[in-house]
Design a protein around this ligand. Structure first.
Ligand code: 4NP
Length: 161
C-alpha cells in the first residue's frame, strides 16, 4: 500500500443498517489499533435504499455496543460514483456482490468488488456474512464474530498491497 495515498474501503450489505455499518465499526477500530488513521478510510452503504437516513438497527447497535463498538453510521444507498471514490468495495454475501457487479459502470469498477466471506478464516461453516435481520440474538453475535475475523484478514491484505 502506497504511503502517500489513502486507501478507501466501502462496506456494502442490503440495508446498510446491520452488517455493513458493523463491518465499518470493526474496521475503524482495527485501523485505530494499528495506527493507520489517515491512511485507511472506511465507509458503508446498502444496495437497497429503503433505510437511507436511519441509524443502524437497534439490535445491531446493542450487540456491537457490548463489544465496545459505537455504531453511528447514517444509512445510504450505493451510488455509481462510489466506484470512483473507493479502492475496494466489499459485499457481505453473494447477493450483495451480484448487485454491486450489476451497478458497477466499468470493468475497472467491477475489479474493485470483493466479498467479505472470502476473508473469513476461523469459522469453516460460513463463506459469507449472513443477513441477521430476521434472526435472533445469535444472528447478530454471529455477524460480529465473522466480521472481527474477516476484517482483520481484509486489512492485512490491504496493507500488503
Ligand atoms: P443488512 O440487513 O443488509 O445487514 O443491513 C438488512 C436490513 C434490512 C433489510 C434486510 C436486511 N430489509 O429487508 O429491510
Amino acid at each position: 500500500m502506497s504511503r502517500e495515498k489513502r486507501y478507501r474501503l466501502l462496506m456494502v450489505c442490503l440495508g446498510n443498517i446491520c452488517r455493513s455499518p458493523a463491518a465499518q465499526g470493526v474496521l475503524e477500530r482495527l485501523v485505530a489499533e494499528r495506527g493507520l488513521e489517515g491512511m485507511v478510510e472506511v465507509d458503508s452503504a446498502g444496495t437497497y435504499g429503503g433505510h437511507s437516513g436511519q441509524l443502524p438497527d437497534p439490535r445491531m447497535r446493542r450487540h456491537a455496543a457490548r463489544r465496545g463498538y459505537d455504531l453511528r453510521h447514517v444509512a445510504r444507498q450505493v451510488k455509481a460514483w462510489d466506484f470512483d471514490d473507493f479502492d475496494l468495495i466489499v459485499g457481505m454475501d453473494a447477493g450483495n456482490v451480484r448487485d454491486l457487479l450489476r451497478l458497477a459502470p466499468t470493468a475497472e469498477a467491477r475489479r474493485k468488488v470483493v466479498m467479505m466471506g472470502d476473508y473469513i478464516g476461523k469459522n469453516a461453516h460460513y463463506d459469507y456474512v449472513p443477513d441477521p435481520y430476521y434472526e435472533g440474538s445469535e444472528g447478530f453475535e454471529l455477524v460480529l464474530d465473522l466480521l472481527e475475523d474477516a476484517c482483520s484478514n481484509l486489512l492485512d491484505e490491504v496493507l500488503a498491497r
